[in-house]
Design a protein around this ligand. Structure first.
Ligand SMILES: Nc1ncnc2c1ncn2[C@@H]1O[C@H](COP(=O)(O)OP(=O)(O)O)[C@@H](O)[C@H]1O
Ligand SMILES: [Mg+2]
Length: 315
């Protein structure tokens, strides 16, 4: 376990009236070595606040956490962490190369090693071509990539990335996803936050979803999505109104798309009998597509279930 968090809380006091903002309300989770861990939730959920506590930038109001076994805040643990803050601040009068080399030196690299490694990470994040431009002339996406390079330069065991895909176009987002995958293959553990669920669907081993300072879903992604009822879409050609009525009688929802009828079958057991019926009726089966629940579906369902006051924590 590289990160362990138990009942972490943060209350901010804001403004002249010292209004209480309960940003994080008792969050617990564990990050295992070698995992890609997605820390998800809408804007304002408390992701950045949690990350700031983990990295020692702010103190928790309650609860405990360890990074590499050290209680936070721990300078010793942070030596093994590459951290990219949300909207990374990069000195405007440096170039990306100078900035990344500076971060490398601050982490104890020197000489040829810092130069070689800086070039390698700037190439890796796709910004080597702009490595000599002043930072103030870079786009948001280029700054984001420079921040990523700085997080990687000292070869950390654990990457903590706050919204690494924000400010990037779809191609840039895919590149960052690929980079996270490569870095895991290279033996690193990656903890990253995002508010865009679809960005992480195929990427994470574990997800923890935060909502208004609370954990609403947490577990291995495969288990969270696998355990839920699957729907199968059957696409048919040559199904007439009679057939459609029969499908409705059996309790299946159906919709028309051009000359096709798409029938939604709930539950695995219903699929084979329905297909047999379709073939007997002389209807052509064009496609049988099992629809797995997406993270988006899960999140929406949890948001609705919230009324019952229960959260779903597994694994
Ligand atoms: N320094 C602060 N002072 C007061 N409130 C804050 C401060 N930082 C964050 N908040 C509030 O805490 C909540 C969680 O914010 P944040 O952790 O940034 O969420 P996220 O990163 O998930 O978008 C928000 O309501 C935000 O306005
Ligand atoms: Mg944030």
């Amino acid at each position: 376990m590289l990160i362990g968090v138990q009942g972490l809380e943060k209350v901010f006091r804001q403004g002249f009236l010292r209004r209480r903002v309960h940003a994080v309300k008792g969050v617990s989770f564990e990050v295992r070595k070698g995992d890609i861990f997605g820390f998800l939730g809408p804007n304002g959920a408390g992701k950045t606040t949690t990350i700031k506590m983990l990295t020692g930038l702010i103190a928790p109001t309650a609860g405990t956490a360890t990074v590499f076994g050290h209680p936070i805040p721990s300078a010793k643990a942070m030596q093994r962490v590459g951290f990219m803050p949300e909207n990374p601040y990069v000195y405007p009068y440096l170039t990306p190369l100078e900035f990344v080399e500076m971060c490398g030196r601050l982490s104890g690299l020197s000489g040829k090693k810092v130069r070689d490694r800086s070039r390698a990470v700037l190439e890796q994040v796709g910004i080597w071509y702009a490595a000599d431009r002043p930072v103030r002339r870079l786009s948001k996406g280029m700054l984001q990539r420079t921040g990523l390079a700085a997080a990687l330069v000292a070869d950390p065991e654990l990457l903590i990335l706050d919204e690494p895909m924000s400010g990037l176009d779809p191609v840039g987002r895919k590149e960052v996803r690929d980079l996270i995958f490569e870095e895991r293959k290279a033996g690193r553990t990656i903890f990253f936050s995002t508010h865009i669920l679809s960005d992480v669907e195929t990427l994470c081993d574990h997800v923890t979803i935060l909502r208004q300072g609370n954990v609403v879903v947490s577990g291995r992604l495969a288990e969270l999505l696998k355990s839920d009822v699957k729907r199968t879409d059957v696409v048919l050609l040559g199904a007439d109104a009679d057939f459609e009525a029969k499908a409705a009688e059996l309790g299946h929802r159906a919709r028309r798309a051009a000359d096709r009828l798409i029938v939604e079958i709930e539950g695995q057991a219903q699929v084979a009998p329905f297909l047999r019926g379709a073939l007997d009726a002389g209807v052509t089966v064009v496609e049988v597509a099992p629809r797995h629940e997406t993270l988006e579906d899960l999140f929406v369902r949890e948001a609705i279930d919230e009324k019952s006051g229960e959260s779903r924590v597994a694994g």
